[in-house]
Design a protein around this ligand. Sequence first.
Ligand SMILES: [Ca+2]
Ligand SMILES: [Ca+2]
Ligand SMILES: [Ca+2]
Length: 414
Amino acid sequence: MLPRIPATLLLAALLVGAAHAGAQVIPGHYIVRLQDDCDADAVARAHGVRAVHVYDSAVRGFAGALSTGQLRTLRRDRRVLAVESDQRVTVLGRVVNDGTLAAVTVTSSGDLVPTGVDRIDAELNPCSNAAAVGIAIIDTGICLTHPDLYVVGGISYVSGITSANDDNGHGSHVAGSAAARIDGVGVRGVAPNARLFAVKVLDSTGSGSLSAVIAGVNWVTKNAKLKVIKVANMSLGFPATSTTLNNAISKSVNAGVTYVVAAGNSATDAATFSPANHPSVITVSAIADEDGGCGADGLATYYGSDDSFATFSNYGAVVDIAAPGVSIYSTFKDGGYATMSGTSMAAPHVSGCVALYLATHPTATPATVRAALLALATPQSPVVPWLDPTGRERGGFSADRDSYAEPLADAAGL
Ligand SMILES: [Ca+2]
Ligand SMILES: [Ca+2]
Ligand SMILES: [Ca+2]
């Protein structure tokens, strides 16, 4: 923790995320999963389907509008493993729009250290080689010209949008928490200078389709080796499960990409939310931290007291680790900065941790990365500060909603 500039208390904010509603199916649109040796394009053509997305790496298949007749003949085709309805996927973070700035400290370089970066002591990590690690932000895109973000590539799977540039702000915010540069301006992220890939699957309203998300996972998997993409952040979700998405993520993880996903903002068990419930991803819950320090002596936030489980955060056995997700200051669209809340904001703190770890352990598998992050994280209890073996002050958090006590991410010793 650094000495801090006093901050205004967040007094009002929009509710984060929608209430837990049922899955929102996109009528007439389907995702078709094929056997591994199939040419997805050829199968789609044979059935007269104009595929919107074709999957050829993380999973074989295609997605698009299907007539009742096409649906019937596809289900009879022996190359078809599954046909599922496409559905609506949304971001899991909102702008805090009361004009207050979250507490931040200033480094000697001049970059602001947002509270979340400070709380997990990322500023104490020497972070020698993060630029060697690529992080894919599967989101609304990233502001491609933002001076604080090192964006080296991208793709858009949003209908009618060819650029991966962020027209919403959410993806840019997520990207900045993970990797905003130390350059004397703006903020710094957890793993400054990590290379960012903008995988745009959600539109300007922060909404998109499951079929586009699968296309994003497919792109990451296909490009992981060549572009050295080792981390994928998904600050998005939907209240259902998709076997096609699950298979795609599994294959991507097997290809060496560590997936970090938001638990969701419905204050309920994340077990029924995808991709939070995937067994091979790192699922992240959110804590409220007001002052960037441990010890619960900051001011109360709109979503709970300092260093407590955020009132909106999903919980449950599928959650692996917690990170700050309330009133987080980071980069935004159009070269700007904004304060946002949500498990969307917690996840990229962990993606940054993954990048820091991989920078010094380049051959670690996703399972090894997860084990290392959990081993070095701060236990929930005690909240009262204690000194770790390096003499650094540590402290957990209170008010977890279940009996699974996920630890709080810590970046100093990665
Ligand atoms: Ca900066
Ligand atoms: Ca605190
Ligand atoms: Ca828990």
